[in-house]
Design a protein around this ligand. Sequence first.
Ligand code: DGY
Length: 324
Amino acid sequence: MTKTPLLVGLTHRLPASIEAKLAARHDLRLPAVEGARSGPDVRTLLATTDVLVCTVADPIGAADIPDAPRTRLIANYGVGVNHIDLDAARAHGILVTNTPGVLTDATAELAITLMLMVARRASEGERELRAGKWTGWAPTHLPGVALTGRTLGIVGMGRIGSETARRAACGLGMKIQYHSRSAVPAERLAGFQATQVTDLDQLVQAVDVLSLHCPLTPETHHLIDGRRLALMQPHALLINTARGAVIDEPALAAALARGQLAGCGLDVYEQEPAVHPGLLGSERAVLLPHMGSATIEARTAMGELVLENIAAWERGERPRNTVN
Ligand code: DGY
């Protein structure tokens, strides 16, 4: 007897090679437009498909889950799962998986990109040039600061935090301090020196660059608030490639306006895709559109992990990347 293929619903278009593999194995429901959320809403997909492949841009709260969902697996295309109510999913008999590990290098590279862009005022320079306002080389034109020899504070020494630290230490000659709630395996720290600081306030006060790499949880919501921003040194830079709500955005906009810190580099925002107007108006804020994992390599590998998670689940196994 032939097996009925699983009905797999996508909230967003995925890389073509991944969609082709999904379509070869399953009955695939695609949204119409590439790169945008254009299909049925998540609630409808949960009611009508066996497997839902969603992304960080698809909040799934308890109210979005129908009483009797057809979906039994939410295969999230991404590592962060703060946008999904994991308890509510479990209560409805839905397993949730994610794609850890494969976007570590891409995100660490983007954190370094942001550090360099803020320190060297790259966005300001490009804006000036494109506006036709560049009048030529001058000794006093757009002086930034060097990162070499500066101290980088890492908040959250997981995979991405430690790979960011490694690149900063080995590539840029930065000194590393870190704050981590859980024990850090020795192999994550291999090949570079890093000092653990148990008191987050002490870390915030001490460093020249603070880079955030912790997951968003009730404990880390607004971890960097007005009080902690006031502890930063006036020349310090703040980098966030984790989740927007780890920072109190209005407090950051106010701190930048007051000169409490020298600049920030952000890839993530509290209310994506909206960005606080105070940040949009700040010359010293480098703002990127949540593109930490946006390399062809990482986005393809994320898709391969989604395929692997679905396949394991279809075989009746508990996928190794199950998060609830
Ligand atoms: C993730 O995986 O959580 C990123 O934020 C999106 O790729």
